[in-house]
Design a protein around this ligand. Structure first.
Ligand code: PMP
Length: 415
């Protein structure tokens, strides 16, 4: 892990931030909640909750359809949300932002539509060992349907991609690469810029699964030069059921719609249907309007704190927790990459992760246990699963102290 950078502690006003999240003041099993399961889903600030409430209370109407005031106003609100995401990712054009149900939905969209146009028998698709199931199964299904071949980038024991092996996998049959920006199980930040430039040298497009990156890092899709990038609203302090697919205009224009129906068309007749331009071509049916507004509010919230401050603060939490955890006997951390986001996965010799998670829960500490939807990765490490602690900017050093004490107790009880 990279050494601790100098921290300007004034950049994160932790008391003010925590006061924005109502759930953080509740008790669980009689103890103050310590929420360390941000990789699964993040908590929501009052501003996001209020935005959704306001929409349903005073603004509810359908978009893109009505001439009446409510409909026109909310269409503007919805498109403003798209523009906010465009700005946040630094996409070149708002039409490159597609609202989806989440990361899984976005990857399925690309796998399905891209493969219809560009994948045939014998072609190859590259993923990595550390992918979430959501970035494996859609491609596995494409391979079954098209008789294509899934190739897998290996990792080293630190949980870093082996780039030499990646470069060896690239060839004229490779049609797309689908890779996580940040591993949800290990926290590894992958060198996706390098991965993309090697792929582009052979004209191969790259999809980046940014589900675990957007909550923690500044992402600039033009700087990365990725072809597709996706993330989920609920992991960036926004609502569930909403997510984003960024796609370069040139690709989105070439691939067919994923689902079809209302909203996706220019004209329909029984003889011929003409589809709408992007982004509407990919947004069939009434979307999660409240979700888009809540997501845009969440993005505003993050930007108000500042992503540089968030990244730095979370890095400090990670270094602090790593040092404490390393000192505990029998604890082994999985994922020791040089570049890591705020995720700590570990196992304790002779104790099942599930038992540790259950005892910590009794202490009000929420951690995740299991395979984290990365079965091929935990199989690589030959473990049944891990205990995973994943941080957000509202977590504190004091919470880490309580967690470490709780873990020590749990280990004594279970040994
Ligand atoms: N990819 C990664 C790296 C993830 O961490 C997750 C969620 N754990 C997903 C994809 C799937 O996200 P969602 O369930 O929001 O679609």
């Amino acid at each position: 892990m990279t050494a601790l950078k100098a921290i300007d502690k004034t950049t994160i006003n932790i008391e003010k931030i925590r006061a924005d999240f109502p759930i953080l003041s509740r008790k669980v099993n009689g103890k103050p909640l310590i929420y360390f399961d941000n990789g699964a889903t993040a908590q929501k600030p009052q501003q996001v909750i209020d935005r959704i409430d306001h929409y349903y209370s005073y603004e509810n109407a359908n978009i893109h359809r009505g001439v009446h005031t409510l409909s026109r106003d909310i269409t503007i609100g919805y498109e403003n949300a798209r523009a906010a995401i465009q700005k946040h990712l630094n996409a070149a054009n708002p039409c490159e932002i597609i609202f989806t149900k989440g990361t899984t939905d976005a990857i399925n969209l690309v796998a399905s539509s891209f493969s219809k146009r560009f994948i045939s028998k014998g072609d190859e698709i590259i993923v990595s060992v550390m992918e979430h199931h959501s970035n494996i199964l859609p491609w596995q299904q494409v391979c079954e349907e098209k008789e294509a071949v899934l190739k897998v980038i290996p990792i080293n024991d630190a949980g870093e991609l082996v780039l030499d092996e990646y470069n060896k996998l690239l060839n004229e049959k490779t049609k797309i690469i689908a890779i996580a920006h940040v591993s949800n199980t290990l926290g590894t930040i992958n060198p996706i810029k390098e991965i993309i430039s090697a792929a582009h040298a052979r004209n191969i497009p790259v999809l980046v699964d940014g589900a675990q990156a957007v909550p923690h890092l500044k992402v600039d899709v033009q700087e990365l030069d990725c072809d597709f990038y996706c993330f989920s609203g609920h992991k960036v302090f926004g609502p569930t059921g909403i997510g984003v697919l960024y796609g370069k205009e040139k690709w989105l224009n070439q691939i067919p719609p994923y689902q079809v129906g209302g909203g996706t068309i220019k004209t329909v007749s029984f003889e011929k249907t003409e589809y709408a331009d992007i982004p509407l071509k990919f947004e069939a049916g009434t979307p999660d309007i409240a979700g888009t507004l809540g997501l845009a509010t969440a993005i505003d919230y993050i930007n108000e704190i500042g992503l540089d401050a968030i990244t730095t603060y979370e890095h400090e939490l990670l270094v602090y927790a790593t040092e404490k955890l390393q000192k505990l006997q029998g604890v082994k951390i999985l994922g020791t990459a040089k570049e890591k986001a705020g995720v700590l996965s570990f196992i304790v010799e002779g104790i099942h992760p599930f038992d540790i998670g259950t005892i910590l829960d009794q202490m009000g500490i929420a951690v995740r246990t299991g395979h984290h939807c990365t079965q091929p990765l935990v199989a690589y490490y030959r473990v049944p699963g891990t205990v995973r602690v994943s941080f957000a900017f509202y977590n504190t050093f004091e919470e880490i102290n309580v967690f470490i004490k709780g873990l020590e107790k749990a280990i004594i009880m279970l040994k």
